[in-house]
Design a protein around this ligand. Structure first.
Ligand code: HEM
Length: 365
């Protein structure tokens, strides 16, 4: 009986020693690769932990385990984050340069050409160019876009432009305000953008006469030239519609949603990629918007009042969108001559073009 129990005890001891002597799963990794290199490094250069951190950055699981359940919770250092951090300054610089170039270009164009004015006096016959829905969609997108652009630029370039001027305390408040305003205005833009696309897509189809317009940029690059005939919107406006509205703004919305709603299991790399795409699309869209806003305000007499009130004078329509004007006259356009325009609005429209009559008539040019 005693022999049997002694044998059992001996067997257990042998099994235990055998188990200890067998290499453990983690043990193999510990004696090779980064861990081995790290051990060596401690002999040659004590306190130099570069091999250890290289392993961590590589995402080697040897060191990175956690009980916390969730996406990437076992990633101590996310390597792509470093690439993202390094990528941002050059992207900002190139984007900022493009925006500055657009501003300078517009400024130079204004000095050279001035406001585009009418050649003939207004006739007093008004056309309803934009419906209430057109204007609602336009101004909701325009106001939200401008707010997003200003707050976005504050976040992107604030560290370089505002911080040195305002100091840490004020800049911190401004940056927090900009970020929150940006986050809350974004959904307005997101909802209004499809409506804008829907109401304007019909008249932004490319036509043969748009090619003629593009060849000379509609005559806008000649100081005295008359405009190339166009439909309700000219090829320049169509480019704005397709590139700035349908491509860049849609990309902005998608990449913005990826960053805004971080609760959909998207990892850090997805968010970092979305951030770069968002900044690139935003800066390109802002550069295009600068041209659009210039021509919609001081660049062309009567344009702003058209979008503000919905009406244009017959002369404005004939000189800037001749083909569309002929369609309105023939009754084939959806827009029509307007009756019973409130006197206040009539006055605003007439004044906006009256002040803008060019000294030279088309015949003199
Ligand atoms: C303060 C900012 C803005 C001003 C002053 C402005 C002004 C104008 C004006 C005056 C027009 C009418 C042009 C015409 O009668 O032919 C217009 C048209 C239009 N705008 Fe704006 N705009 C602004 C911002 C924006 C933004 C941010 C977007 C889009 C992201 C936008 C998209 C459009 C579209 C789609 C049209 C119709 C022309 C087309 O379809 O190409 N606008 N805008």
């Amino acid at each position: 009986m005693r022999d049997v129990s002694r044998m059992r005890w001996l067997t257990r001891l042998i099994v235990l020693l055998w188990a200890i002597a067998l290499p453990q799963p983690g043990f193999a990794a510990d004696t090779t690769g980064g861990a081995h290199e790290q051990a060596q490094r401690q002999i040659t250069q004590p306190a130099n932990n570069a091999p250890f951190w290289r392993d961590v950055r590589r995402g080697e699981n040897t060191y990175q385990t956690t009980q916390v359940r969730g996406l990437e919770t076992n990633v101590l250092i996310q390597t792509e984050g470093q690439t993202w951090r390094l990528l941002r300054p050059p992207v900002y610089s190139v984007g900022g340069f493009i925006v500055m170039l657009a501003l300078l270009g517009i400024f130079g164009y204004y000095l050279w050409r001035g406001s585009i004015k009418l050649h003939e006096p207004p006739t007093g016959k008004l056309i309803r160019r934009f419906s209430d829905l057109d204007r609602f969609a336009h101004w909701t997108v325009a106001i939200s876009f401008v707010t997003l652009a200003i707050t976005g630029v504050m976040m992107t370039f604030g560290k370089y432009l505002l911080l040195p001027v305002f100091g840490y305390t004020l800049f911190s408040w401004l940056a927090i305000f900009a970020k929150n305003l940006h986050n809350f205005v974004a959904p307005v833009f997101l909802l209004a953008l499809p409506l804008l696309i829907l109401v304007f897509i019909r008249d932004n189809g490319l036509k043969r006469y748009d090619v003629e317009w593009l060849k000379t940029f509609g005559g806008m690059l000649s100081k005295t030239g008359t405009e190339v005939p166009s439909g309700r919107f000219n090829a320049g406006e169509k480019a704005v519609f397709w590139v700035m509205v349908c491509i860049l703004s849609v990309v902005l919305c998608i990449s913005g949603v990826v960053m805004l709603f971080a609760n959909f299991e998207q990892g850090r790399l997805t968010m970092q990629s979305a951030n770069i795409v968002h900044v690139v699309a935003a800066l390109l869209a802002i550069a295009m918007a600068i041209f659009h806003i210039y021509l919609g305000t001081i660049g062309m007499k009567g344009a702003y009042k058209a979008m503000r009130t919905g009406y244009v004078d017959e002369t404005w329509a004939r000189e800037h969108h001749e083909i569309w004007y002929e369609e309105v006259k023939a009754g084939t356009a959806r827009q029509q001559f307007a009756e019973n325009v409130p006197p206040r609005i009539r006055m605003q429209v007439e004044q906006s073009v009256d002040q803008g009559i060019s000294e030279a008539t088309p015949r003199e040019q």
